[in-house]
Ligand binder design. Structure first.
Ligand code: CP3
Length: 341
């Protein structure tokens, strides 16, 4: 068993820095495209054999130190009663977005069975991994989920989301509380099905001021991390554009804090404190650069981590479509080679 990822999450010494990539299973891989040519993304997510198969694709091809279960952060929203569609080339769409108090009340407080297919996928993926590397489970964080639920899809300025927050603070807190409770139960079930660490994706929380984060988001994220403390697996707290929120995110919880490329890794680590681990933080677009340029950036990140226990190498956000596969392979190899203790 390669356990350097779990060791780094616990800030224990490792032989070299562990590496995995958000969205490591995806369209940049031909093997993934072959499956997607036959099945929609929702079909892949809901068919445990397919989800497990796709989860293993990057593990079979690159020297990665963790797998992440193939699923999507929006699945719980569907289980709660929102009509979710992944439109070709347009990203996710929710056909009945949450725009008022009444639709918050109508959301189903799912307690698990609706998402049992994810647990089945985790069990199958664990079996297929045969202990080769640990398996990470995940969920979206309340703010990021609420932004999709309210906007009805992706957004640039989050106007509807913030408008809801400012105009109807009580309904907002009720929505985030509902989401936080669903996410806590969902992650607990993933852990009990075999996820050896879990990551909370608050991908778009960086659009908030620190004041709004503290008031409208932090208590709900805290509820999730407090609710999972007893589960004894590492908890990863990730967001992007979070330079000014890192201290608050750390306060909200997590054993590992995700850093994106807009902060220097050492500055970000100092901000969250050296008593937590950090994950990051190569710009995903750096993978489109020549190999010598990637290497320079990998070296810089490792230099800033300074061999301190508790660094997990990752991108600052997910791998983008069209990323050269050779660069993904080369980056994983470089991390191991350049960080040899
Ligand atoms: O990391 C992994 O390999 C596990 C799989 C994974 C997916 N989605 C599969 C997927 C993970 C961890 C996610 C999380 C997710 N989904 C996030 C948070 C991470 C992040 O990137 O910030 C968000 C915001 C979503 C919502 C979502 N799902 C978006 C914005 C899209 C992209 C739409 C597009 O067309 O680019 C999806 C679809 C999706 N989920 C894809 C994958 C591989 C790509 C769609 C495809 O296969 O056609």
């Amino acid at each position: 068993m390669n356990d350097r990822f779990l060791k780094a999450c616990r800030r224990e010494p490792v032989d070299c820095t562990p590496v995995w990539f958000m969205r490591q299973a995806g369209r940049y891989m031909q093997e993934y495209q072959a499956i997607r040519a036959q099945h929609s993304i929702l079909e892949v997510c809901k068919t445990p054999e397919l989800a497990a198969q796709v989860t293993l694709q990057p593990i079979d091809r690159f020297p990665l130190d963790a797998a992440i279960i193939f699923a999507d952060i929006l699945l719980p929203l569907e289980a709660m009663g929102l009509q979710l569609e992944f439109a070709e080339g347009e990203g996710p769409i929710i056909h009945n977005p949450v725009r008022d108090r009444a639709s918050v009340d109508q959301l189903q407080p799912v307690d698990g069975d609706e998402l049992a297919y994810v647990e089945a996928a985790i069990r199958q993926a664990r079996r297929a991994l045969t202990g080769k590397v640990p398996l990470i489970g995940f969920a979206g964080a309340p703010f990021t989920l609420a932004s999709y639920a309210i906007e009805g899809g992706g957004s640039r300025n989050y106007i509807l989301t913030k408008q809801f927050m400012y105009r109807e603070p009580e309904a907002w807190h009720r929505l985030l509380d509902k989401l936080a409770r669903v996410v806590t139960g969902y992650l607990r079930r993933q852990i009990r099905a075999g996820a050896e660490a879990v990551q909370l994706f608050d991908s778009w929380v960086g659009c908030l001021s620190p004041g709004d984060y503290a008031e409208y988001v932090l208590p709900h994220v805290q509820l999730i991390f407090d609710g999972l403390k007893r589960e004894q697996v590492p908890l990863i707290h990730f967001g992007t554009g979070t330079g000014s929120l890192l201290r608050l995110m750390r306060q909200a919880g997590g054993d590992v804090i995700g850093l994106d490329w807009r902060v220097h890794l050492d500055d970000g680590w100092r901000t969250v404190g050296h008593d937590v681990a950090v994950q990051g933080n190569l710009d995903p677009v750096a993978l489109f650069a020549p190999l010598h340029e990637i290497e320079r950036r990998v070296e810089e990140i490792l230099r800033r981590a300074a061999g301190r226990p508790g660094h997990i190498f990752n991108l600052g956000h997910g791998i983008l479509p069209n990323t050269p596969v050779e660069s993904v392979a080369a980056t994983a190899e470089m991390v191991h080679k350049l960080s040899q203790r």
